[in-house]
Design a protein around this ligand. Structure first.
Ligand code: PBG
Length: 331
């Protein structure tokens, strides 16, 4: 018998006592790994619950600040802001997306004034601002115009950078947008603004609750995003997307959604020397919430297990609607 075999090898020895489990643990989750996505609405003193995301609310800027302060105090390094734009500000050309007095620039300024050391990440995409809910501008036959959309995204990114965003995060999946945004930031004096590229963003049905939250679902109707977001069946293509975005000047890349795509995170981790963030999206949040509310799952242990799985797969940080709760549990 070789000494590699039972009973010489007993895998359970290192699991028997908790001190040994502590010493042998390979991945570690802390509040420093978490990013809190936040939905912002117009007005003052406003909080609106989101039916399909129990526990998540849309807040006006003043209330948002209170929550951002709590997140910061819990050790969460950054927030990602997503605007809910009223119907009368949505248009075919999405011009509210680069309005210097818009909701997002105002939110950035308020957070940076009140909590300067909290990182602010903004979404670069047109879907909250287009009357049809697509991330891109449409031509007369209803097709997404890639290059015209990139021009609009550049204006949006510059607008957010001017307002003080630390990281701009293009989530639109147009071709060439990372290079165009990088060049514009550089030539306008924003050499330190980071780009978090949603490089491997899939055409996923797990975004459903988010589209409720920002009100793009009704606008989108039966429209789909399959001509720009990736086919969930593809992995090699994700690596190609990531390589291109790194080449174009991304500082950090994103894989989205999260749990069903851990294989992509791992493959990217093995292939590239760059920080990788993962987006544990709305549908993933709502599944765990719903099951927990029914008493079918233990929320705390399921959430911490899931978030640890992202670390094991190789993610540096995780955007998650569970960030506040997880940070409290990790204390
Ligand atoms: C839009 C955007 C989406 C999400 C983040 N930015 C939705 C979409 O692409 O339709 C989804 C996030 C989530 O589901 O939590 N650019």
């Amino acid at each position: 018998m070789s000494i590699g075999q039972f009973p010489f090898t007993r895998m359970r020895r290192i699991r028997l006592k908790s001190f040994a489990r502590d010493l042998c643990r390979e991945s570690m989750l802390t509040a420093n790994d978490l990013i809190l996505p936040m939905f912002v609405i117009e007005g003052r003193g406003k909080t609106e619950p989101i039916a399909s995301m129990p526990g998540v609310c849309r807040h006006s800027i003043d209330v948002l600040i209170t929550h951002a302060k709590k997140a910061h105090a819990l050790g969460i390094p950054a927030v990602a802001i997503f605007p809910v734009i009223s119907k009368n500000k949505k248009s075919l050309d999405a011009k509210a997306a680069w309005d210097a007095k818009g909701l997002v620039p105002e939110a950035i300024k308020a957070i940076k004034k009140e909590i300067p050391s909290l990182g602010v990440i903004t979404d670069i995409a047109l879907d909250p601002y287009t009357s049809h809910g697509q991330d891109g501008l449409l031509n007369r036959s209803g097709e997404i115009m890639n290059d015209e959309t990139v021009d609009a995204l550049v204006k949006q990114a510059l607008c957010h950078a001017k307002a003080g965003a630390d990281i701009v995060a293009p989530s639109d999946m147009m071709d060439g947008r990372i290079g165009a945004i990088r060049e514009a930031l550089e030539s306008h004096g924003f050499k330190d603004t980071m780009i978090l590229a949603y490089s491997a963003k899939y055409a996923s049905s797990f975004y459903g609750p988010f589209r409720d939250a920002v009100g793009s679902k009704a606008a989108l109707g039966k429209g789909s995003k399959h001509t720009y977001q990736m086919d969930p069946a593809n992995g090699v293509e994700a690596l190609r997307e990531i390589a291109l975005d790194i080449d174009e000047g991304a500082d950090i890349v994103m894989v989205k959604p999260g749990l069903p795509y851990l294989d992509i995170i791992r493959r990217a981790r093995d292939a590239f020397q760059i920080p990788i963030f993962a987006y544990n999206v709305s549908g993933e949040y709502s599944m765990i919430k719903a099951a927990s509310q029914n008493g079918w799952l233990d929320e705390q242990s399921v959430v911490l297990e899931s978030l640890t799985a992202f670390k094991r797969a190789g993610a540096n940080a995780i955007l998650t609607y569970h960030a506040m709760e997880a940070a409290k549990w990790l204390k």
